[in-house]
Design a binder for this molecule. Sequence first.
Ligand code: CA
Length: 221
Amino acid sequence: MRLLLVEDDATLVRHLRRRLEQAGFVVDHADNGIDAQFLGTEQEYGIVILDLGLPGRSGMEVLKRWRANGNKVPVLILTARDGWQERVDGLRAGADDYLGKPFEPEELLARIEAVIRRHAGQADNTLEAGGLVLDHDRREVRLPNGDATALTATEFRILEALMRAPGRVVSKARLGEQAFEDDEYDSNRLEVYIRRLRKKIGPERILTRRGHGYVFIGKKG
Ligand code: CA
């Protein structure tokens, strides 16, 4: 899943980026409100972490503009520790959750997972489609016969993007966005990963729609 981190404190960004990547996210970063607004409009993100005090344009203003334009991306705002007023304003402006600074990265991660679950209507950190269960915490997929197979971070992100849209074509461009860093993506690499996934979950599960993308098949037959 691709995540947008909007924060102008370079030290905090370095720290968080590493932890978020370990947790399996592809991380984009903006250090000001103008770039944040643009990226959040142009790219499709699984979640945005949005600091409120930003150069260029405040996080609150960015959030209000996204919502006014119908952008429903899940947003977690970072607020001052005792800034109850900005928390209230942020939630009313359409934020999904908040975290006061300073915070422990583990709490941020737990809140990110919770926001993503709520957004997807999931009860826990697993995603189920067509008898397969994708387990975020164990980074594995469980097959209908009960076998579990470990996935790499990239394999996980690709399968996640496909399983969130069972039966629908997911374009190569969209899979690339969700699964790879910008400088790592090319369509041949994606095909290599699709082949690996087919070996792990069965070749009939992921169909190629030539010229369009891939489809996750929920049920056999
Ligand atoms: Ca700031």
